[in-house]
Write a protein of this length. Structure first.
Length: 254
């Protein structure tokens, strides 16, 4: 028998004994939808389109006072949102696009000392506001992380809940960001979109800063490991669209 054939067979046997089969292949790369650029577009958008949706301009840190406005309690009913999240003590929660930390400080007491809130934002000025407020309130379970346009810089596989309040529609690279968000979730972890309802003309928000439930579902299609488990419609202006990361099915012992 040819010497090289013998070597090949020996290598094959070694792989099989070591638990590696020929069926083991590197995971397939996720299909990435294309971005489009259009000259004619909404002045409040950036002219970049993802799945036929124009991406909105990011709100500057100079508008942080709007996030802390008193009217927000009536307009957005944050207490109802927090209730819908079903937060438990000890959870690790990431507030992506945290802004001034409005929701961070609502969730902080609920996760307790054993839990943690990760405030991620691309603007250091926003994170500085959170740091200052945490010191004033003596809150110790909130940590800040400066993300990028493509990566929120969250720990892989460690986050129980990722909250995005009125922010996903501003992601310049929504596909890349969602990939990182999904990677950060632990099995069974939840990804929560809170977006102003495009379906409701009475919601007094600029068009590019609103999203329909159908559009959110469409943009999550490249991520089959995420299952749409619930949409909460109890908020005055926004819908809460929740996805859960599927847990790996374990083979029964023989």
């Amino acid at each position: 028998m040819n010497r090289w054939l013998l070597v090949g067979l020996a290598g094959l046997v070694a792989m099989l004994v070591g638990g590696v089969s020929l069926a083991d292949e590197p995971p397939k790369k996720r299909a990435k939808p294309k971005y489009e650029y259009r000259d004619k577009h909404d002045p409040n958008g950036i002219g970049k389109f993802y799945m036929d949706r124009e991406i909105a301009r990011v709100m500057s840190y100079q508008g942080a006072s709007w996030l802390e406005r008193k009217e927000r309690v009536e307009e957005e009913a944050p207490a109802k949102l927090i209730k819908a999240l079903e937060i438990k003590e000890g959870m690790v929660i990431a507030d992506v696009g945290a802004g001034s930390g409005y929701h961070c400080f609502l969730m902080s007491p609920l996760v307790g000392k054993k839990g943690k809130i990760i405030a991620s934002d691309i603007q250091q000025e926003m994170l500085d506001l959170i740091i200052k407020k945490a010191k004033e309130k003596k809150v110790t379970n909130i940590e800040t992380v400066k993300g990028t346009e493509k990566d929120p810089k969250l720990p892989v596989g460690k986050v129980d809940l990722i909250l995005m309040v009125d922010v996903y529609h501003e992601f310049e690279f929504p596909f890349e960001m969602t990939e990182k968000l999904v990677e950060a979730l632990a099995p069974g972890g939840r990804l929560v979109f809170v977006e102003f309802r495009l379906e409701d003309d009475k919601v007094p928000i600029l068009l590019v800063h609103k999203m329909s439930e159908r559009q959110v579902l469409k943009e999550m299609m490249p991520f089959p490991e995420m299952e749409h488990t619930k949409t909460v419609g109890t908020l005055p202006w926004q819908h809460v669209i929740i996805f859960t990361k599927k847990q790996e099915k374990k083979e029964p012992k023989k």
